[in-house]
Design a protein around this ligand. Structure first.
Ligand SMILES: [Zn+2]
Length: 237
């Protein structure tokens, strides 16, 4: 095994690779979340389209119902008008004439309502068509974004495999115990396990170090760690 200060130098090289691995793993973990969000956003837009479609259909149905009502009333008017001249008394005539007038008044209200519904149904249909076109564009965009993320993940995975391969070259010259310690700290300290002493403080968490610790680090004879963050300390050359 090389001397401790030599091993620390090797660790620092290893740490450069491991910092990249740490960053890449973090990026890679984000990809499925981003993809899920894209899909969820699209589903929301899809449900907006469904409600626009339902509204359009409901208005068309209502308009048809009113047209049916109008037809029924018009038939009734015709029927009553046919009967009108067969009536014997004036009283009966006046009563039926009044009924016909009432039905005609209802009719013109219905006609107005049908026109209004036609207008509304038209607008709803336009809104639906517009929403549909928008959604088609959105779907295309979402699929592209999903594919781009897949590609990005693939790139990261390739980089990670390369880095894992590269780091193998460093380990034969390191004390296995030191590697274990280094890797443990690396995991808990955001990919930064070996730090220099700077202004008598830990270069990782910036805690002030006791003079004895600083002295020991400087001697480079035994492995020194920060009491607070457990990072491995070295004396910068
Ligand atoms: Zn520290």
């Amino acid at each position: 095994m090389p001397l401790l200060n030599e091993q620390i130098k090797i660790l620092l090289e290893l740490q450069k690779i491991d910092a990249e691995i740490y960053r890449d793993k973090k990026e890679l973990a984000k990809v499925p979340e981003l993809q899920k969000k894209l899909e969820a956003d699209f589903e929301k837009k899809k449900s907006r389209l469904r409600s626009a479609e339902e509204q359009s259909k409901a208005l068309q149905l209502k308009q048809k119902q009113k047209e049916g009502d109008l037809q029924t009333k018009e038939e009734k008017i015709k029927k009553l008008q046919g009967q009108l001249y067969q009536l014997k008394s004036n009283k009966e005539y006046t009563a039926m004439d009044l009924e016909i007038k009432g039905l005609k008044a209802d009719d013109s209200l219905l006609e107005e309502e049908i026109l209004r519904l036609l207008d509304e149904a038209d607008q709803a249909k336009t809104a639906f068509t517009k929403e549909k076109d928008l959604l088609a564009a959105e779907e295309k965009k979402m699929k592209n974004d999903l594919a781009a993320l897949d590609q990005e993940a693939e790139g990261i995975r390739a980089r990670l495999a390369e880095a894992e391969e590269k780091r193998k070259a460093f380990t034969p010259n390191l004390d296995p115990k030191l590697i274990t310690q280094y890797e443990r700290v690396l995991k808990t300290r955001d990919g930064l396990a070996v730090v220099p002493v700077k202004n008598n403080s830990c270069g990782g968490c910036h805690l002030g170090l006791p003079p004895q610790v600083v002295h020991e680090v400087r001697l480079q004879e035994k492995l020194m760690t920060c009491e607070d963050c457990a990072r491995i300390l070295y004396w910068p050359a």
